[in-house]
Every structure is written in C-alpha cells, then in structure tokens.
Design a protein around this ligand. Structure first.
Ligand code: HEC
Length: 103
C-alpha cells in the first residue's frame, strides 16, 4: 500500500514540475521564433531577425506586459501578422529571448 502511495505522489510531483516548465518562457524556443518568417501568420515573409540584427541589444525594453505590446506592434505593423495572445507560449518564449538579450 505504501508503495502505491509513493508511486502516485512521485507521478504527481513529476507532472506538476513538467507543467510548470511548459508554462515558462524558453529562450531557445524564442530564438527559433525570432527567425521564423511564418510567425503569427505573417504574410510578408519577414522574421524579426530581418530588422533586429544580432547588434540590436534591446537594452531599454520593459520586461512586463509593455513588452507584449511592443512585440505585437511589430507583428501587426511590420510583419502584417496577427498579434500573439499575451498568455500564448510563443509570446512567453519570444519575451524570454528578448529579455535574455538585454545583457
Ligand atoms: C520590418 C522590420 C521589423 C520587423 C520584421 C520586426 N520589427 Fe521590431 N521594431 C522595428 C522598428 C522600426 C522598431 C522601432 C519602433 C517602431 O518604429 O515601431 C521596432 C521595435 C521593437 C521593439 C522595441 C525595441 C526597443 O528597444 O524599444 C521590440 C521589443 C521589437 N521590435 C520586437 C520585435 C519582434 C519580437 C519581432 C518579430 C515578431 C519584430 N520586432 C519584428 C522593426 C521591425
């Protein structure tokens, strides 16, 4: 009986940890999205990296919700795409990548 309880709790903890990891933004995934011209149903065949080169440091960008708006402005105005939902995984990944480039 103890064994079953132990195995069940292990399973529970592992699932909880994986859900938390999935919800976090991921820098590597964000980097891939940054050079994806199909991101956000963009019709202009332009990825973020076409305009924001390696030299672009993003030094003064905000890290909170304001960054979501800045990203969506670029998607809408410069890429003619559909803005990403603030809670979407793609938005979280892109934000993590941009914030990682502030340093
Ligand atoms: C066609 C060129 C172009 C593309 C493509 C583009 N941007 Fe931009 N981006 C700009 C310009 C120009 C600015 C300066 C503000 C403005 O005029 O909109 C800017 C500003 C920004 C800023 C604010 C920078 C700051 O220092 O305040 C962020 C963040 C940003 N872009 C992220 C992105 C992301 C993420 C993508 C891809 C999803 C993207 N951009 C795609 C041209 C582009």
């Amino acid at each position: 009986m103890k064994k079953i309880v132990f195995i069940t709790s292990c399973f529970f903890v592992i699932s909880l940890v994986s859900v938390c990891l999935a919800l976090e933004g991921n820098i590597e995934r964000g980097k891939k999205l940054f050079s994806d011209p199909k991101l956000a149903e963009s019709t202009k065949n332009l990825a973020c990296i076409a305009c924001h080169t390696e030299k672009d440091t993003f030094k003064s960008v905000p890290e909170g919700k304001e960054l979501n708006y800045l990203i969506n402005i670029c998607i809408a105005e410069h890429m003619e795409g559909v803005g990403l939902l603030h809670e979407s995984q793609e938005m979280k990944d892109l934000k993590s990548y941009i914030i990682s480039r502030k340093k």
